[in-house]
Write a protein that binds this ligand. Structure first.
Ligand code: CUA
Length: 323
């Protein structure tokens, strides 16, 4: 639905129209009731004013019909608002299955981005038109917030945690990117651009940017460098659990709990291995806190995600060969 409102940023994502329609509805609703209540206050104050000092108010009968009406109508309005708002919120928080994952790292005071094919940018992100894009985001220091007004998306970027947002660009062009959380002296300069290009143009752009290889390949190198494969083997008696097919699976822990092996779990297991020890293993893994950057952790996670079930030993052996 195209709403042409001069004080709104342009609409450049698939969700922009929906977010604007909801915002417009909320503003219209609030304005209508504000005016209605104010007008009635003024009207009743004049209509029923005391005309002489000894005037006594008339008797008053309760009206069940009136009371039911002014209860039921607002309940219906509020429920309608809730359902609409919840639907938009759910869509905003659930990336479509075909979304391509990009990476964003916030840092005082810049945005570092990385493409699934490995290209890195600073304060810039190039994406193809019409492709759903999911951003997996984290911070190296304090809380930042990734905000692209034209896409109507905003999400906090937190140290020690992954957050995400998604959008499907519907217009080519350059769109402003802001940090929307006060994060220190140069917060206001933590800005950048998201550039949406035609898919062919984007491919040509990708080819023009030198890359160290995909995050998965970088993760594989890092995995070998840190010698993770000496313990994480798909073999009897290995000191660490095999990592093949781990991502997205439930993991039984030594303390009886079960957790889902998502990005946050993998990150925690690299930085604070003792927090969630896998059932059947000892807490012997050292922490890699301070040895791996946030980007390095993302690369390791990418690599672990890429390992097929039962394939970690052979992949580990391959990366040993690559060293
Ligand atoms: Cu980063 Cu404000």
């Amino acid at each position: 639905m195209p709403f042409k409102i001069p004080f709104m940023p342009e609409q450049a994502s698939s969700m922009a129209g929906e977010v604007d329609a909801l915002t417009l509805y909320l503003v219209a609703m609030a304005s209508f009731f504000t005016v209605l209540v104010a007008a009635m206050v003024i009207y009743f104050a004049i209509r029923y004013r005391r005309r002489s000092p000894d005037e006594v108010g008339g008797s008053f009968d309760n009206s069940a019909l009136l009371e039911i009406t002014w209860t039921v109508i607002p309940v219906l309005i509020v429920l309608f608002t809730f359902v609409w708002g919840a639907r938009v919120a759910f869509r905003l928080y659930r990336p479509p299955a075909d979304a391509v994952q990009y990476y964003v790292t916030g840092k005082q005071w810049m945005w570092k981005t990385q493409h699934p094919t490995g290209q890195r940018e600073i304060n810039e992100l190039h994406v193809p038109l019409g492709q759903p894009v999911k951003l997996l985001m984290t911070s190296e220091d304090v809380i930042h917030s990734f905000f692209v007004p034209a896409f109507r998306v905003k999400a906090d970027v937190l140290p020690g945690r992954y957050t995400s947002l998604w959008f499907t660009p519907t217009k080519t062009g350059r769109f402003h990117l802001f940090c929307a959380e006060y994060c220190g002296a140069e917060h206001s300069r933590m800005i950048g651009w998201v550039t949406v290009m035609e898919p062919e143009e984007y491919q040509a752009w990708l080819a023009s940017v030198p890359t160290q290889g995909s995050p998965t390949a970088a993760g594989e190198r890092l995995f070998a460098q840190l010698a993770c494969h000496t313990c994480h083997q798909d073999a009897a008696g290995a000191k660490g659990p095999a990592l093949g097919g781990l991502y997205g699976r439930p993991v039984a822990l030594a303390d009886g709990r079960t957790v889902l092996a998502d990005e946050s779990y993998l990150r925690e297991s690299i930085l604070n291995p003792a927090a969630k020890v896998v059932a059947g293993y000892e807490a012997v893994m050292p922490s890699f806190q301070g040895q791996v950057s946030e980007e390095g952790i993302l690369e390791l996670i990418n690599y672990v995600k890429s390992l097929p079930a039962g394939g970690s030993a052979s992949v580990a052996a391959a990366s040993e060969g690559a060293l």
